[in-house]
Design a protein around this ligand. Structure first.
Ligand SMILES: C[S@@+](CC[C@H](N)C(=O)[O-])C[C@H]1O[C@@H](n2cnc3c(N)ncnc32)[C@H](O)[C@@H]1O
Length: 254
């Protein structure tokens, strides 16, 4: 594909498989098209590896964090469960929202919580909101432990950000689905992988082996869940799509 941005003509031209298309550079369609390319280039350049929240590295695209905040403030969950802790920045982020809302606690699960990360998370002023569990998110003892920490009737939000293979995310969706409250979500993050098989740092099989595939497979077998991007709380534009690493990630329990 060839893309020509002509700032003099204010046009965006796309040439693909012998077909030429030219659109207004200052249009929603051009913005969405350019954003998609920007997301791919930014992923390759490790742009999400440049942020932190209250002192801890957080490996996310800022828009995904802001959209998550909109959901958390709307749902005000009793428990936020995240698989995939890494440096703990996302756990600290959710904890800071819980503190501000005076509601909620966090459970973070990782197959390996490195000693320096554990030390920093445990020393953080928001650690009282967080329970750390070390082990694979689909290991039966971990799944049991998570279930034992959630009381019946509590509202939950579950974010899956661990191993992003199609099979692992599908298993996570199956073992945690019963914890998802009606109207809340289980989020299969990082489906951006499906667009990255042609990117230098991407994986060759990612077009098929990605969390978006898991999400679609999951809803086929679980009709009480739908894939639905959370509605934006504020929008004075004509835009309506997240610029995201999490396409088709938000799986809502009806
Ligand atoms: C993308 S990072 C998580 C980023 C973090 N949520 C954030 O926003 O900063 C993925 C993490 O998943 C963990 N992981 C990989 N396989 C796992 C598994 N089977 N169960 C739990 N965690 C796993 C890795 O150790 C790594 O720390």
């Amino acid at each position: 594909m060839k893309i020509i941005i002509d700032t003099d003509e204010k046009s965006l031209s796309i040439q693909e498989e012998g077909v030429n298309k030219s659109i207004d550079l200052y249009s929603d369609e051009a913005f969405e098209f350019l954003s998609h390319q920007w997301v791919k280039v930014g992923w390759n350049q490790k742009y999400p590896y440049t942020f932190s929240w209250m002192g801890r590295p957080v490996i996310q695209l800022p828009e995904d964090m802001l959209r998550t905040q909109e959901v958390i403030y709307n749902i005000k969950p009793d428990v936020i469960i995240e698989t995939g802790v890494a440096h703990g920045g996302s756990l600290i982020y959710y904890a800071s929202l819980c503190k501000a809302m005076e509601k909620g606690r966090i459970i973070g699960i990782d197959i390996e919580i490195r000693p320096h990360n554990r030390k920093a998370i445990e020393a953080h002023e928001l650690f009282p909101y967080i329970t750390l569990i070390e082990g694979s998110s689909t290991d039966s003892s971990v799944v049991e432990q998570v279930h034992s920490l959630v009381k019946p009737g509590e509202t939950t939000l579950i974010i899956l950000d661990s191993n992003h293979s199609r099979q692992h995310v599908l298993e996570e969706l199956e073992v945690y689905k019963d914890l998802v409250s009606a109207g809340s979500y289980i989020v299969a993050t990082d489906g951006v992988m499906k667009y990255l098989s042609d990117v230098p740092r991407g994986g060759e099989d990612w077009a098929q082996n990605n969390p978006t595939e898991s999400a679609h497979e999951f809803i086929k077998n679980n009709p009480d869940f739908i894939i639905e991007q959370p509605e934006w709380v504020f929008n004075e534009s004509q835009l309506d799509k997240n610029i995201t690493h999490w396409p088709d990630a938000w799986i809502k329990r009806k």
